[in-house]
Design a protein around this ligand. Structure first.
Ligand SMILES: [Mg+2]
Length: 155
């Protein structure tokens, strides 16, 4: 029997929206997810307001891609991840998109709030770069190769 990780969706790229204000983290995520392999389309917004603009653009039949998965950093300037998450989960169409929350916080209050707001999973970012890369590899294997993502059509 052959395992076909990574080949189940080979004909169509997965659209991912990454909301992350740290350029180093964005770079690492691009590297680990191997964006150049054409199996995914990664759109990046670097603060909460930009994220909300992105969704407004979808709503207004803009050119932005409808994401099938959102990776959301909790601590971002202008509007933080909690506010972005609240907007996503109260929107009729967007609410079905799985949201992976990345946080530097270990605080139970923060983690519970994310689930309360509808996060699909909450992960604490390791400070160590190798451990962060390991976590991203696991996210890739699970969320991109194993999970059945929703089929998102435009608004
Ligand atoms: Mg941040």
């Amino acid at each position: 029997m052959t395992l076909t990780f990574g080949h189940t969706r080979e004909h169509r790229a997965i659209n991912i929206l990454l909301c992350e204000d740290n350029p180093g983290d964005v770079r690492l995520i691009r590297e680990v997810f191997n964006e150049t392999a054409a199996r995914l389309e990664l759109s990046v917004v670097m603060d909460g307001e930009e994220a909300l603009d992105y969704f407004r653009c979808l709503d207004g039949h803009g050119k932005t891609e409808m994401p099938e998965l959102i990776i959301l950093d909790l601590n971002m300037p202008k509007k933080d991840g909690r506010e972005v998450l609240r907007e996503i989960k109260k929107n009729r169409k967007l609410k079905r998109i799985p949201v992976i929350v990345l946080t530097a916080s270990e605080a139970e209050w923060d983690i519970d709030t994310c689930y309360e707001l509808g996060a699909n999973c909450v992960l604490t970012k390791p400070i160590n770069l190798d451990q962060f890369a390991d976590m991203l590899n696991t996210i890739e294997k699970f969320w991109l190769d194993m999970v059945k993502l929703p089929k998102m059509e435009s608004f």
